[in-house]
Design a protein around this ligand. Structure first.
Ligand SMILES: Cc1cc2nc3c(=O)[nH]c(=O)nc-3n(C[C@H](O)[C@H](O)[C@H](O)COP(=O)(O)OP(=O)(O)OC[C@H]3O[C@@H](n4cnc5c(N)ncnc54)[C@H](O)[C@@H]3O)c2cc1C
Ligand code: SF4
Length: 488
């Protein structure tokens, strides 16, 4: 334990942000990592609880009290080893995780949680700066070959674990760069892509082969999902060449808005808008980029994806940005005794909201209005949740000026044609059907085919994808070798 009275003496410290005016001019990250002395004080606040709720609140079960103590004692070298025991990519989660560990922290019952995420961020940044993050190639090869389909955090975590267990791993990715939604979804201002590039180098040194621009299976012709593939491989080819296949293709089907006017120009899925900016930032020359400059932008959907559309639109120089959310406005503060140690229901204001955005709650879009085929306005109505459904509030109809409407209402399922090509059974939400428990964990109905991440669990978080990738790797290792030393 850091300092016995630390939690009484010291306040929670938030990481600093550059001022909105400065950060809106760039695509760079703007979170200022805690300095060493400040991280030490956060570490001192940890009570090393007998039952560390932070540890079970964290989907990868990070050993949080131990690294808090190591940081307090200035032992950063061991702190990164403890962190890497449970998390392959703390630089991703240290930047974009919503930190369910902090919601679960015992201090959060009647005080402010330990700044666990900021400590994680400081540990991994220090580790990279000190050159402590090295490839860990397997001591012996097994002679077994594994294909991983999809290079998001689930696929990367699975691939790294399997390579370290001695298997020959090839990652197939339909897009031109590795990283899944970390690369083409999450904006650079939340996470710069050099963090992925460094991990790719590490994994290549561990023996992982990456094949980009290769679609495994099939995509519907009219799909609006990002797809740069120039080559296609059939599931049969893959199964013939490899001893096991792990499907980590994400949940890429965007939820649509079936209202009159949906076909108008200027109405797009968030995932048509965001990846283009990621590509431009990476130096790609696009024929035409969907941009928000000078436009009145309405973002429909109040989650992470919507928030990323807000931040991107403001960086383009939108005339105005308004975000609609169907649910009512949550309370500013959670009811802690009611919710702890679970994820609390409260208003979440992201850094993108702080940069400029009007937020409307309990609002539903009835119609998109256009002129000459182009969207010009939205017609909305306020709604109330009654007896299990949303009902319109009479007399609350309103029109909103709009030149660009971004649909960010989440994702319904993986692309069905990919799963169908493999003959993989789906659950009732359209995800790849595979349990996470028992002898058949992460195994689909198809021989030697496994599934993990958003493709199995549905739209989720980076940290859950890493957990599933790690656990699926162990399941594959057991399947191939009869037993496994990989952690579960
Ligand atoms: C805009 C946006 C912002 C988000 N922000 C956050 C955040 O701040 N924090 C957070 O924790 N989570 C966030 N999420 C969610 C998070 O990104 C996902 O839960 C996570 O990336 C899922 O990881 P995955 O590996 O399962 O799938 P993905 O990251 O979706 O990766 C799947 C990959 O598989 C590839 N693929 C699919 N099918 C095939 C095929 N047939 N052949 C070859 N390749 C294929 C895809 O091209 C893709 O690269 C966000 C999501 C979005 C859309
Ligand atoms: S729950 Fe909070 S105080 Fe307790 S061990 Fe975890 S981080 Fe420390």
């Amino acid at each position: 334990m850091g300092k016995v009275t630390g939690f009484l003496e010291f306040e929670r410290l938030e990481e600093g942000y550059e001022a909105p005016q400065a950060r809106l001019k760039t695509w760079k990250e703007f979170v200022i990592t805690l300095a060493e002395d400040k991280a030490k004080i956060q570490g001192a606040r940890c009570m090393d609880c007998g039952t560390p709720f932070c540890n079970s609140g964290c989907p990868v079960n990070n050993i949080i009290p131990d690294f808090n103590d190591l940081v307090f004692n200035g032992d950063w070298r061991n702190a990164i080893d403890v962190l890497h025991q449970t998390n392959n990519f703390p630089e991703f989660t240290g930047r974009v995780c919503p930190a369910p560990c902090e919601a679960a922290c015992t201090l959060n019952v009647n005080d402010d949680a330990v700044g666990i995420k900021s400590i994680e961020h400081a540990i991994i940044d220090r580790a990279w700066a000190e050159d402590w993050v090295k490839p860990q190639p397997a001591a012996a090869k097994t002679g077994k070959k594994v294909a991983v389909v999809g290079s998001g955090p689930a696929g990367l975590a699975a691939a790294q674990q399997l390579a370290r267990a001695g298997h020959a791993v090839t990652v197939f990715e339909k897009n031109s760069r590795i990283g899944g939604l970390l690369r083409y979804g999450i904006p650079d201002f939340k996470m710069e892509k050099t963090h992925i590039d460094r991990r790719i180098e590490q994994m290549q040194a561990e023996g992982v082969v990456f094949r980009t621009g290769v679609l495994v299976g099939a995509m519907p012709a009219d799909s609006k999902v990002t797809n740069d593939a120039k080559d296609t491989i059939s599931p049969e080819q893959l199964k013939a060449e490899f001893d096991a296949v792990v499907l980590t293709g994400g949940s890429e089907t965007s939820r649509d808005l079936p209202v009159p006017g949906r076909d108008l120009d200027g109405v797009h899925f968030a995932m048509e808008f965001l990846p283009q900016q990621n590509k431009v930032n990476a130096g790609d020359k696009l024929k035409k980029q969907l941009r928000a400059d000078g436009k009145h932008v309405i973002v429909i959907g109040g989650g992470d994806t919507g928030s990323d559309c807000v931040g991107t639109s403001n960086r383009h120089g939108a005339a105005s940005v308004t975000q609609f959310e169907l649910m009512p406005r949550p309370p500013e503060e959670e009811d802690r005794p009611m919710t702890w140690p679970y994820w609390p229901y409260k208003l979440r204001t992201s850094s993108s909201h702080e940069e400029g955005c009007d937020r409307e709650f309990a609002i539903s879009t009835k119609e998109l209005i256009g002129s000459k085929g182009k969207v010009t306005a939205l017609k909305t109505v306020q709604v109330q949740f009654q007896a299990g459904k949303f009902v319109e509030v009479p007399g609350t109809e309103k029109e909103w000026k709009a030149d660009l409407v971004l649909l960010a209402m989440g994702f319904t399922a993986p692309v069905a044609t990919v799963l169908d090509a493999f003959g993989v059974d789906k659950d009732n939400r359209g995800n790849a059907k595979a349990s996470t428990e028992g002898a058949k964990s992460y195994k689909t109905n198809v021989d030697k085919v496994f599934a993990a991440g958003d493709m199995r669990r549905g739209q989720s978080l980076v940290v859950w994808a890493i957990r599933e990738g790690r656990q699926a790797a162990r399941a594959v290792d057991e399947f191939l070798m009869g037993s496994s030393n990989l952690p579960r």
